[in-house]
Design a protein. Structure first.
Length: 145
């Protein structure tokens, strides 16, 4: 049996490990991203055979935000310690949804709307890449003038 002196003391109330704070940042960002996506989904409900505007909008917004955040944080000498976890992993991870894009594409194709499905995938990829590139350019212009 170990003596009391060899046991590791539990952290004091009010102190958290770096890993725990990172997890909480991801959790808080994920909650914000999820609530935002749910609000957009409710405001822009998909119509059968129609363009899935809500998913398209949140995915493009997420690409824009992630492009800006990753550029800004990677070029900062001392970035905010938990910003990448809060915004990048948490908010953007929960806001964007590849699985929903995939499911909507399959549903559109199965319902005979192959053109809409193909256009949706192509537009999502093109707009997402363009949004991330634009965000990178804007973030760098702000920094370098």
């Amino acid at each position: 049996m170990a003596d009391a002196g060899s046991l590791t003391a539990a952290p004091k109330l009010g102190t958290m490990s770096v890993a725990r704070v990172r997890h909480l940042a991801v959790l808080a960002g994920g909650a914000l991203g999820t609530l935002t996506r749910a609000g957009v989904e409710e405001a822009l409900p998909a119509r059968p055979g129609g363009w899935p505007w809500a998913t398209f909008a949140v995915n493009i917004a997420g690409a824009l935000l992630l492009g800006w955040v990753t550029t800004r944080l990677s070029e900062m000498a001392a970035p905010a310690p938990y910003a990448r976890f809060l915004i990048g992993t948490g908010v953007c991870g929960a806001l964007t949804t590849f699985s929903t894009l995939q499911g909507e594409t399959i549903q559109l194709a199965k319902a005979g709307h192959v053109g809409v499905a193909a256009s949706y995938v192509a537009a999502s990829l093109a707009a997402g890449m363009a949004a991330a590139a634009l965000a990178t350019i804007v973030a760098r212009r702000r920094r370098y003038g």
